[in-house]
Design a binder for this molecule. Structure first.
Ligand code: ACO
Length: 396
């Protein structure tokens, strides 16, 4: 690989690797995954320990700047997040141009692309990084409230990142913020689990767009677009819709496992399978037990959790899934928790984006600070027509 790297710029052999299954696009110090063993670490810390011990703000800081903050750094970071949570009023006019039925991810992508135009920054400064992390929180809540025809709730001081989101979603426009701590802690955990996942489709998109030195806003907006697909982040919405469909179909989960095994059906078990994990997705493991705790703490009895567990059991015992090493991924259980937290299904992928934004920024930051970095420009194997000449229109 080093020898090939030395030949940069030459027109040698071109490798073809569909879906980049074995192609490394960069070197990275951010996230480690061992897909065979089911290990995920951010900057060397296990996902299990981070989900247990720290806040999402600490994880965002860690992922982007490489170390967990000390108390002073964390306080400074939180103060900046609170400052930049107040977004330019003009952004709301973009939202008001959307039909209320618009998908929240379409709205988020569009608003994010335009967001930077409201500020006189370079588009790739530390202020832009902070504005995007903090602003995404407010924008996500505004999108929800706009679609419901509700007045916007402004950010309040002294709240955690998760708390700020909950306050802007459901708080009173005036008065002291009241945030349910069980909901806040559950959301904190969900956000941490989504913070980064190395060179996935949306992170690679962010790097790709950013490699052209497009602004951070343009790069993140492109990442939002990639995440919206049902094979990627959009799977969390699709999982819940699938579980509801199974429930409405009398709970016949075996029928759906059968459908997923039939390639002709075009149906896949949403929330199952992963390009890298050939073992349990460690995030799904954490979420499965978190589901039980959160539902119990909130006094929610959700039959969809039973359907999900039964579906998982049947699939994991089925030879089709065993042979292909298809296990539940992060999206399989996250929707049940979002539902218990009262977040509507069509907002699930926005919640994923909210968690993933530090990862996108970290990937972009690492790329832009790599002295050997250059514009991403894959090659292809051309399979089209050989040279031919244009026939006059009357002869075609
Ligand atoms: N249900 C049924 N069969 C599946 C599933 C599934 N969910 N996932 C993969 N397979 C089968 C494929 O048909 C294929 O079978 P074959 O080898 O006989 O042709 C084999 O398993 C490998 O599948 P690929 O599509 O080649 O795997 P790839 O790595 O390209 O795709 C992906 C991974 C997109 C996640 C896939 O497993 C999938 O579509 N899952 C459902 C959607 C989903 O949950 N996405 C969320 C992923 S996690 C995330 O983005 C946060």
């Amino acid at each position: 690989a080093i020898e090939i790297a030395k030949l940069r710029g030459t027109t040698g052999a071109v490798t073809l690797d569909s879906g980049y299954g074995n192609t490394g696009s960069c070197k990275s110090e951010i996230t480690f995954i061992d897909g065979e063993k089911g290990i995920l670490r951010y900057r060397g810390y296990s996902i299990e320990e981070l989900a247990e011990k720290v806040s999402f703000e600490e994880v965002a800081y860690l992922v982007i700047w490489g170390e967990l903050p000390n108390q002073e750094q964390l306080a400074e970071f939180q103060a900046k997040l609170a400052k930049y949570a107040i977004v330019d009023e003009g952004v709301k006019t973009i939202l008001s141009g959307f039909p209320r039925s618009a998908h929240p991810m379409a709205m988020l992508g569009a608003v994010m692309a335009a967001f930077g135009s409201y500020y006189e920054t370079t588009g790739d400064s530390e202020e832009d990084i902070l504005r995007i992390i903090a602003g995404m929180n407010s924008l996500a809540a505004y999108i929800y409230r706009y679609r419901r025809g509700l007045p916007y709730v402004y950010p309040a001081s002294g709240l955690s990142y998760a708390g700020q989101f909950l306050h802007q979603m459901w708080g009173e426009p005036t008065g002291e913020p009241k945030v349910n701590s069980v909901v806040e802690q559950a959301l904190n955990k969900l956000l941490i689990l989504h913070a980064d996942h190395e060179q996935n489709c949306s992170a690679s998109t962010v790097r790709m767009v950013g490699s052209a030195h497009a602004s951070l806003y343009a790069s993140i907006s492109a990442g939002v677009g990639a995440l919206s697909g049902p094979l990627h982040g959009g799977a969390n919405q699709a999982v819940l819709e699938m579980l509801e469909e199974i429930q409405n179909d009398g709970g016949d989960f075996e029928k759906y496992v059968g459908l997923a095994k039939d390639k002709e059906s075009g149906f896949r078990l949403m929330g199952f399978g992963h390009r890298v994990y050939k073992n349990f997705d460690p995030r799904a493991k954490i979420l499965k037990s978190a589901c039980d705790d959160v539902l119990e703490d909130l006094g929610v009895d959700d039959p969809l959790l039973d359907i999900a567990k039964k579906l998982e059991k049947v699939a994991l015992e089925d030879e089709f899934f065993v042979k292909r090493k298809l296990y539940p991924n992060v999206d399989f259980y996250s929707g049940i928790i979002y539902r218990a937290l009262n977040i509507p299904t069509e907002m699930f992928t926005v919640m994923f984006a909210l968690g993933r934004v530090p990862g996108w920024i970290a990937q972009w930051h690492e790329m832009r600070n790599d002295p050997t970095g250059r514009i991403h420009r894959p090659r292809q194997i051309y399979t089209g027509a050989t040279e031919r000449s244009v026939q006059p229109i009357e002869e075609r």
